[in-house]
Design a protein around this ligand. Structure first.
Ligand SMILES: [Zn+2]
Length: 280
């Protein structure tokens, strides 16, 4: 890996304070509601957070938002009493601030983790959630489970000013994005970048540089964003994870991922750099 560049990386969320040891017993504050399908329940005027309210049983305190205790709770999508409506999280990303995206990612991942770790994976006994930290304990055998994060690499590959973008079969029609894949056990991130790109589009890359990272709660990915270059435009798609790939100039872009996704940020940064170069 070449120089690690952290300029432009998001600073720690300033509105969201994760410290919660002194408020684990808070009974009221701000509440994020998430449906069993993982959709966000927004207020009638499409805001993430409403007014202060009592915390229901089974809510999980996440910390403070602008000084006020904040918790997440799983709520039915047909709960008309709150006048909230369900929205897909990815549809909400463009209208959320960076701090709100951190908050939503935390809420989704913690809820998902608690739901999937109700029983010990080692002995099968019921697990109990720790009061002070994100940890599920098995009293029977002592096993502890922390929230699972699955590290992934996501990489914008360029050849000169052109970008290599691809689409997987589950993308919305017409959308292309940067290449991504899970890091395998025993592998480092730079090796994963080279392997995934070679597997998915048959291209060898060099100049792999880390740019920024993002928690991606679908359901628990942790995206490490890179840029890399290649010295050939020949591509061979794998036909499984990738159904199409092509080179794009900044003047003829396809439909892109939503603002708020790290893939979009990597693309937007490149577009800015090429435009700045043209006007230099
Ligand atoms: Zn156990």
């Amino acid at each position: 890996m070449a120089n690690t560049t952290l300029q432009d990386a998001p600073v720690a969320a300033s509105l969201f304070d994760r410290e919660r040891r002194d408020i684990v017993d808070a009974r009221k504050g701000l509440l994020i509601r998430i449906t069993p399908d993982g959709e966000l329940l927004l207020t009638s005027d499409e805001r993430l957070l409403g007014h202060e309210e009592p915390f229901p049983e089974w809510s999980i305190v996440l910390g403070r938002w602008q000084g006020m205790p904040i918790a997440v709770v799983e709520a039915p999508c047909d709960d008309v009493s709150t006048a909230r409506r369900a929205h897909k999280v990815t549809d909400c990303l463009p209208m959320l601030s960076d701090d709100e995206r951190c908050l939503v990612a935390t809420a989704l991942e913690v809820l998902h983790w608690r739901r999937d770790h109700r029983f010990c994976g080692r002995c099968g006994s019921p697990m109990v959630m720790d009061a002070f930290e994100y940890a599920m304990h098995c009293k029977a055998c002592g096993h502890i489970c922390y929230p699972r994060l699955s590290p992934c690499i996501i990489t914008l590959v360029t050849y000169g000013d052109d970008m290599l973008l691809a689409r997987s079969p589950h993308f919305p029609a017409g959308r292309f994005s940067t290449l991504a894949g899970f890091i395998e056990p025993g592998e480092n991130a730079e090796q994963a970048v080279k392997r995934e790109i070679r597997e998915e589009v048959g291209v060898d890359v060099h100049g792999v540089v880390f740019q920024r990272s993002q928690s991606w709660p679908f359901p628990h990915s942790f995206m490490l964003g890179f840029t890399a270059q290649t010295s050939t435009k020949d591509i061979t798609i794998d036909g499984v994870e990738i159904e199409a790939a092509d080179w794009f100039s900044i003047d003829e872009l396809p439909a892109l991922p939503p603002v708020g996704a790290i893939s979009r940020w990597l693309i937007d940064q490149h577009v800015k750099q090429v435009k700045a170069k043209r006007h230099a």
